[in-house]
Design a protein around this ligand. Sequence first.
Ligand code: GH3
Ligand code: MG
Ligand code: MG
Ligand code: MG
Length: 315
Amino acid sequence: YILKENRFSYEYVVRLVTRLKRNEKVKVLVADDSMVSRKFVRSLLEQQLFQVIEADDGLSALEILKSQPDITLLITDYNMPGLDGFGLILKVRESFTREELAIIGLSSDDDESLSARFIKNGANDFLQKPFVHEEFHCRVLNTLDSLDMIRKLWEQANLDYLTGVYNRRYFFNLFEEQLQQIEQKKTSLTLALLDIDFFKKVNDTYGHDVGDEVLVEFAARLKHFFGQHFTVARFGGEEFTVAFRGLNEDKVFSLMDKFRAQLEIESIQTSQGPLNVTVSTGIAGLSDESLDDLLQRADKALYDAKELGRNLVCI
Ligand code: GH3
Ligand code: MG
Ligand code: MG
Ligand code: MG
């Protein structure tokens, strides 16, 4: 249907088809007090295969967004009883950035300053009602494509390419942020530094590709074990780190030792068969000091674990 509307550039068709393939999983919330307008927008969105949710005023839209944080796009009218479009956007932007949730404003009001005001208040785009279908589809496509692009950039900047866990850069940024919060709230923070034992031997014996397979599986296990509650990052090479917020050194020691023991007995499957890998870990808890000092103490503990024979956790 959408393709029948008018002439398209080849590039546009490719973008559209790529989107349509994924839209069934994308939730869009339509906030409008006019049922006619809501149903119309819904029908356009359903042509693009989106999952559509409706709200008939600003406050109920806000409630829906709170209970369904996986909504990707909000399309909101301006004039609504109670909380209007601007009020809604200002509230929404307290919890969701432009990259997390895209907003397109709509209005049939003939106030010419509306589109600028919508965008200044945090909307990604604006459409004057009545609009032609084709413009609606183009705006939605543009908005969601730029969201995807920003997300992709974010991932490339913050995730480790090989293993998919956070990278060093993300870790340091997060740490700077958390350090301030920790000073204020006085919650504890403990750091574990992990280094795979004799990893060079894996590379030398089985080749670099198998080494990579080991790194991928090791990171996956680390993430599975700790990732739900704590930050797992690849520090570089075969070194990883886990930041434990709210846990003291002793708690982290017992968790880390559990992980160590499990790794020791569960061999890693590779294209060259199962390999047994062990890990050495150094732990340090944050006291009044800089991140560099904390890392140095964790590194010192890791060094001790290596010196004492590897496959160990040291504080
Ligand atoms: P130790 O028990 O003292 O830690 O010994 P080790 O061999 O693990 O330590 P070393 O630091 O000497 O070797 C680390 C090796 O990790 C060397 C490097 O080639 C390898 N390495 C670093 N990054 C990667 C990677 O992305 N993929 C693969 N396959 N190997 C990597
Ligand atoms: Mg209205
Ligand atoms: Mg190393
Ligand atoms: Mg090593």
